[in-house]
Design a protein around this ligand. Sequence first.
Ligand code: ATP
Ligand code: MG
Length: 430
Amino acid sequence: MVKRIQSIRGMKDYLPKEMVFLQYLENLLKQVLVSYGYSEIRLPIVEQTLLFKRAIGEITDVVEKEMYSFEDLNGDHLTLRPEGTAGCVRAGIEHSLFHQKLEQRWWYIGPMFRHERPQKGRYRQFYQLGAEVFGQHGPDIDAELIMLTARWWKVLGISEYVTLELNSIGSVDTRNRYCKALVTFLVQHERYLNNIYRRSIYTNPMRILDTKNIQIQELLNDAPVIAEYLDDNAHKHFSSICKLLDLTGINYKINTRLVRGLDYYNYTVFEWTTKHLGSQGTICAGGRYDLLVEQLGGKATPAIGAAIGLDRLVLLVQRLKPSLSLITLPIDIYIVAVGDATQSRAMLLAEKIHDAIPSLRIVTNYGGGNFKKQFSRANKYSASLTLIIGENEIVTQQVTIKDLSTGKQKTLAQNEIIAYLYSFFFKKKD
Ligand code: ATP
Ligand code: MG
């Protein structure tokens, strides 16, 4: 027996049945983005490795341990994108899009790749839907982006199951001053840390705040808090966002330990978390990254963005709204063809209907079979109507129509079919 080839660990298949639900969900999310004036940007999955090293930071989990990097046949160093923001910034610079007076509001969707330990809600290929705004530095745009994310949960009907956590990590100067204090604290408690964390003290101490290790989280309860290091501007920025969120009734929890795993953030950082997904509880994360465009060689351009982990959102909605995840996309018409020369007539009829009423979903029977067999296929497709072409119908130039929900049947002349289908599928619902 030939050994079967399996999918790669941590890389999940979404089967056609699940895709109906996924597309429904994605369409709701996209509609929200469009309603806030965002446009889609679609970028390559592979970029130069250097882009991610520069954007995300050399000493981050993602760049140090999780990237799918390889040399292509030319010897170029390439990486499967681990996130979407770096590519957006690269593209914006390359096409001079940040030179325009108007801000840029973009969204993207697609697979991201990180070599992490696979578990429920954590995969090596996962999907993100992200939003980015370039060219606005005021706290109002931060608040609007958060409002947009809150609206995502509203349209999905899951607002009561998610919590917004918010923090400000201030400017680079704040971070430098804060890091010094944090390092002093961590050095004093070094004996409680393993080697990996010890090394982080000297390479990227703030990364320790992002730990998922509960003992270290407890230790950090006594660590210095970044809020005490923020300058006036950062305080003002943060409190303006809080006021705007209060005004629009969006609840939030200030989490002074929230720093995010990637290096490029400043000022505002936020996460939407849920208690209903076990340990992979963050479904959306984002923040401001005012220095990244310049850092990648572009004109200094303030920016803020957020990304949903779609795989986790799918799991969450499946759990909270099980009926939604069962939605199917039944076909409208199944064309049954039994007898000599009926197949080509059936195919012709299907083409005529596609021409006249393009929105109808039509499946023609293939592979023959008697009436019973073909009707059973029509039922498996959950068709609303069957159009039947037998040898009789060919002689009489007619088509027999059976409504599969009522069992009612009638025969019409071929040239009456389109008008009948119009009234059946569209007028019926008025
Ligand atoms: P985590 O702390 O869970 O590892 P992160 O901080 O690394 O997340 P981001 O880089 O901010 O995640 O990505 C935004 C969102 O993408 C996350 O909040 C999460 O929902 C999702 N995500 C990140 N990594 C994965 C993964 N390996 N599998 C599935 N979803 C992921
Ligand atoms: Mg991570």
